[in-house]
Structure formats: structure tokens, C-alpha cells
Design a protein around this ligand. Structure first.
Ligand SMILES: [Fe+2]
Ligand SMILES: [Fe+2]
Length: 164
């Protein structure tokens, strides 16, 4: 059985890969104005990011406050706010029957704005290597719980987020 940190890093990296690939595919679907693909990729995106954002906010980000200080962690939470707002707007655009060039560009811009959080967030794994193992266990536990409840991003954001 691998160490908690190895398990964490493995899952964390794979989740970011999945989110990265889905966002890139979503951008392509918008460029192709393929409504069916837009909806499918958007559905995947909110399904993958829901539990991921949730365990990050419930356990991972708090575990890193002693290292980074509050300000940096608040910045990560603001990036999540932007990601949630962008997902809402992309869902609206997905309902449009005929997307204008401007709307396609808006979608590209929203997706581009989210990508740096994916790579930046993945970099936190290097810091988790020096966090006490009990904290890593807590993060893995929060991850498991978030996955079991499996709320998509917008359902979680409108319900449990900030009310825990
Ligand atoms: Fe992340
Ligand atoms: Fe994140």
C-alpha cells in the first residue's frame, strides 16, 4: 500500500489532467459550434470539478494556510469563485441556438482564464509533501466524502459551499 502522500499526488494529478483535457475539449466544441459536444463537455466539467473544488476547499487549502498564509489561500478561493462564475456563464452560452463569433470568443476567454488555476493548483502537491501525514489523511478522507456525495460544481456552489 502506497503512502498517503503518494496516493494523494496520484489522484490529484489525474484529476487535474481530466479537468485540463475537458476544458480544452470544451473550447474546441465552442469553436466548432457543436452544441451537443458543448453540453456534453460542460456536463463533464461541472461533474469533475464539483467534488474536486469541494475537497480542496474543505481540507486541502486549509491544510496549506500555515505554510502560505491566508492571503495566498484567499487568492485560490477567488480563483474558484471565477471558475464557478465562468461555468454559469458557459452554461448560459450552451443554451444559445446560434452562437455569434463574439460569444465563441467569450467562451474561449472564460476557458483560458480557468486554465492557470489547473496548473497552479497541481503545483500544490509539492508543498503537501512537507505537510504532516495526518493532514494528508484528512485531505484523502475529505476527497472520498466529496466523491461519495458527488455534487456537480454548480449544485455544490449554490448549496453547501460557504455553509459548512
Ligand atoms: Fe485543483
Ligand atoms: Fe483548485
Amino acid at each position: 500500500m502506497s503512502q498517503p502522500i503518494e496516493q494523494f499526488t496520484h489522484h490529484f494529478r489525474n484529476e487535474h489532467r481530466q479537468i485540463r483535457d475537458t476544458l480544452l475539449a470544451l473550447g474546441e466544441a465552442f469553436r466548432n459550434r457543436d452544441r451537443k459536444a458543448i453540453r456534453a463537455r460542460l456536463e463533464e466539467c461541472t461533474r469533475f470539478t464539483g467534488p474536486h473544488f469541494r475537497y480542496e476547499e474543505e481540507a486541502l487549502y486549509p491544510a496549506l494556510v500555515p505554510m502560505f498564509g491566508r492571503d495566498y489561500i484567499d487568492g485560490l478561493l477567488e480563483e474558484h469563485d471565477l471558475g464557478i462564475d465562468a461555468s454559469r456563464r458557459l452554461s448560459e452560452l450552451a443554451e444559445h441556438k446560434a452562437l455569434s463569433q463574439r460569444e465563441v470568443e467569450e467562451a474561449q476567454h472564460l476557458i483560458q482564464q480557468m486554465l492557470p488555476h489547473v496548473s497552479g493548483c497541481d503545483g500544490l502537491a509539492i508543498m503537501m509533501e512537507v505537510v504532516p501525514e495526518a493532514e494528508v489523511d484528512r485531505v484523502l478522507h475529505a476527497r472520498k466524502r466529496a466523491q461519495q456525495e458527488n455534487l456537480d460544481l454548480l449544485t455544490w456552489a449554490e448549496g453547501l459551499r460557504h455553509f459548512r
